[in-house]
Design a protein around this ligand. Structure first.
Ligand SMILES: [Zn+2]
Length: 248
């Protein structure tokens, strides 16, 4: 199906489609270290590619906006190159994007997030968009939570530069993946660290999670696992899009 991607359209082209468009998709990533195996663009590229795959399935009832390529990465600042926004900066950024899109008549917005650390900002932005601005906004996680694509025997904590995320990359953005991958150098304190278990970002990745920035073992990642994870998740997400559109 024809997909609408705003970065590849002019305004008259968009204007012609406005009668069909019911929902805006906004991919959300980060500029964050992903160990020695995949690049800083890992989350942003996965989110953007996932959004376009969803748009291919949905056709002209959705339009993809440019990816938010910075996120909340305070807990990754141990590693050079990582850039982080503050929670309030990112919340306002997402809110401003939502308000702008809604002003043009697209009153429903779905943020597609590929970075766990972004949760607090997304929650805050969604609440403000709905309660203060009357915009029907949602956010959902890209990929791995729906299906693990046949992966078994996983460590307790997954989702960052590990077999799960690297498989996702091999399907969605293979150009970011290094050929000679190495496993994470896990820290002992990781599994008992309260902040980590609660999903917060008020801790140090190097001290509390992994010395080389990676979790798990990215050597086990495959294209096939990534494809299964992604396509299973898209089956679900496609239905979610219709449900959101059908809501009054
Ligand atoms: Zn990531």
């Amino acid at each position: 199906m024809e997909k609408l991607v705003i970065g590849k359209m002019t305004w008259p082209e968009l204007d012609e489609q406005m009668k069909n468009i019911k929902l805006a998709l906004v991919p959300v990533g980060s500029c964050e270290q992903h160990g020695p195996n995949t690049t800083f663009a890992t989350d942003a590229a996965r989110a953007a590619s996932y959004a376009e795959k969803l748009a291919e399935r949905c056709g002209n009832k959705v339009v993809v906006f440019p990816c938010v390529t910075y996120g909340l990465s305070l807990h990754h600042m141990d590693f050079p190159g990582t850039v982080t926004l503050r929670v309030e900066t990112m919340m306002h950024l997402l809110e401003d994007i939502g308000v702008s899109i809604a002003k043009h008549g697209i009153r429903k917005i779905l943020f597609l997030n590929a970075h766990g650390g972004n949760f607090p900002a997304l929650e805050g932005a969604i609440i403000n968009l709905k309660q203060l601005h009357g915009v029907d906004a949602y956010w959902s996680a890209v990929g791995s939570e729906i299906s693990l694509g046949g992966l078994t025997g996983l460590p307790k904590l997954i989702g960052h530069a590990c077999e799960v995320e690297t498989s996702s990359c091999l399907y969605l953005c293979p150009e970011l993946v290094r050929e000679n991958r190495v496993p994470g150098i896990m820290q002992d304190s990781m599994l008992t660290h309260d902040s980590f278990v609660k999903g917060g970002a008020a801790w140090s990745w190097k001290n509390d999670a992994s010395l080389n920035g990676a979790l798990g073992d990215a050597r086990k990642a495959t294209y096939e696992i990534g494809k299964k994870m992604t396509e299973d998740s898209l089956d679900y997400m496609e239905k979610l899009v219709d449900e959101i559109i059908a809501r009054p």
